[in-house]
Design a protein around this ligand. Structure first.
Ligand code: GLC
Length: 518
């Protein structure tokens, strides 16, 4: 755990729970709040400071819960609001904060507002309905494909994701008021933070121009969005210690850090390193770019290796092409899982010792890889039909114990099959098998999080040698990651605190990181 409680989001370790796949309390093969409550001990033992809960609201699940039909309740598949409140209280009792996922760009097509809009009510103004003979624009959606669906003769509505996720019209004051009230609803119930889904998309150019190179983008990152986050910040500030964390995919560093101005969001996910190749020069420049841009604005950097949208990093780092981008589909290309695991272990020590907050996606602490063996007819992700890539492979239920599926995922006898199949090899990756094994990924994460206490300790690069990522935090600690082809000597130190892989005598092998006490 990190020491500070004031401004906890600045250096917290935040664990992403994907409720469908964390733990299943009622045996229906789908994770739920009861399962999370029963397994909170795992998160306490891991030592995390906070949990970010992917959406748990009532939803037709057209996009796995990112199509919300009621922001003030819990989907029956996951439990009840009372159970969610109990979970928040129980997490607080063991010192774990809770971050709720809010999805402001769109709602479900089953949301009462959209149903009323379809019935011709004034709620139409809450969305983007346009009369036109042809599709109003040729915009390509975030999952690929078109962004307009026809409802009757010549009326269309806008959806940047699936047709089941109509976009809200943020020009409308009722939309703003509704989300301010939703924030208060969850802050009043003890939520310590809000993760803001697709945070840069909310506003659209009302003239609906086509996307043209060199022209401002009609629906990415319009300036008006900052005004919304300023008003959200005022609300968060009325409560103590609440954080707003934006999901902002944006290559332009300056535009990205605009979201982190002192009167806007507290933090935003940094996906730069996540997309970066396993390459010393590129990684170092990504880290430096992140540190400099955040220092400039006074905001804490964040470090993310995986989440519910991207290929798990054990798999990414085991491929010949170690980059990630939604436009470059590498599914099914050869993977060396041993190499990927070795690098993932080193990446954990790197990201857990850089300045800022670290995000852990559930299962990364178990060294899980992307399940690339899910039969196509079991895919549930709507992205698959539009982009030919399914995110289901990173969303597979966690293995907890035992030798065969569902590996303790479901807490009852004779449960239904998990909603996505688990690989046979995961019998070696369960929490149970890894606990107490000093060489396991789980014990590496537990030790690193326990040792991690860098509050206020400046980063200084140690080595000019480009193929080593080596830095100190304060005067007493160093992290060294060898990304060169050959083993290298360690800098002078008093104690070896942690090593991601065994040393080669006194030398640090390739793709290995160590934490040193100086
Ligand atoms: C975000 C979520 C993703 C979802 C999309 C639409 O990118 O992380 O899972 O599909 O928004 O809400």
């Amino acid at each position: 755990m990190s020491g500070s409680t004031m401004q906890w989001w600045r250096d917290a370790v935040i664990y992403q729970v994907y409720p469908r796949s964390f733990a299943d309390g009622n045996g229906d093969g789908v994770g739920d709040v009861a399962g999370i409550r029963a397994r909170l001990g795992h998160l306490r033992d891991l030592g995390v400071d906070a949990i970010w809960m992917s959406p748990w609201y009532p939803s037709p699940m057209a996009d796995a819960g990112y199509d919300v039909s009621d922001f003030r309740d819990i989907d029956p598949a996951f439990g009840t609001l009372a159970e969610a409140e109990a979970l928040i209280a129980e997490a607080h009792e063991i010192g774990i904060r809770i971050i709720i996922d809010v999805v402001p760009n769109h709602v479900s097509s089953e949301h009462p507002w959209f149903r009323a809009a379809l019935a011709g009510g004034p709620e139409r103004d809450y969305f983007w309905f346009r009369k036109s003979q042809n599709m109003p624009t040729n915009w390509v959606g975030e999952f690929g494909g078109t962004t307009w669906t026809k409802v009757d003769d010549d009326t269309w509505y806008l959806h940047l994701f699936t047709p089941e996720q109509p976009d809200l019209n943020w020009e409308h004051p009722d939309v703003r008021a509704e989300f301010e009230s939703i924030l208060r609803f969850w802050f009043d119930r003890g939520a310590d933070g809000i993760r803001i889904d697709s945070a840069a998309l909310l506003f659209k150019d009302t003239a609906l121009p086509e996307v043209t190179d060199g022209e401002p983008h009609p629906f990415h990152d319009l300036d008006a969005v900052h005004d919304v986050y300023r008003s959200w910040r005022r609300i968060a500030d009325e409560y103590a210690d609440r954080a707003l964390i934006g999901e902002v995919w944006m290559p332009d560093v300056e535009r990205f850090t605009n979201y982190l101005r002192p009167d806007e969001l507290h933090a935003a996910f940094n996906f730069d390193l996540l997309g970066c190749a396993w390459d010393p020069y590129k990684m170092r420049s990504s880290i430096e770019r992140t540190l400099e841009s955040h220092a400039h604005i006074g905001a804490p950097p964040t470090w993310v290796l995986s989440n519910h949208d991207v290929t798990r990093h054990v798999t990414r780092y085991g491929r010949a092409d170690t980059t990630f981008s939604f436009d470059n589909n590498l599914d099914g290309t050869p993977v060396d899982l041993e190499l990927g695991t070795r690098r993932a272990r080193a990446a954990a020590l790197l990201t857990l010792s850089l300045p800022g907050a670290a995000y852990i996606y559930q299962g990364e602490e178990l060294g899980l890889w992307e399940n690339e063996t899910i039969p196509e007819d079991q895919f549930q992700d709507p992205m698959y039909a539009r982009r030919g890539h399914s995110r289901d492979g990173c969303r597979v239920p966690l293995p907890w114990s035992g030798d065969e599926p569902p590996y303790g995922f479901s807490a009852v006898e004779n449960p239904a099959d998990p909603w996505l199949p688990q690989p046979a090899e995961w019998k070696d990756r369960t929490v149970q098998t890894q606990t107490g094994d000093p060489n396991s990924m789980l014990e590496l994460y537990r030790s690193a999080i326990r040792l991690r206490d860098f509050t206020g300790q400046e980063l200084t690069w140690l080595e000019e040698e480009a193929e080593l990522l080596a830095f100190t935090r304060g005067t007493g600690f160093a992290c060294v990651l060898n990304l060169s082809e050959t083993p290298v000597p360690l800098p002078e130190h008093r104690t070896l605190l942690l090593a991601s892989s065994p040393l080669d005598g006194a030398l640090l092998p390739r793709d290995t990181a160590v934490w040193l006490r100086l």
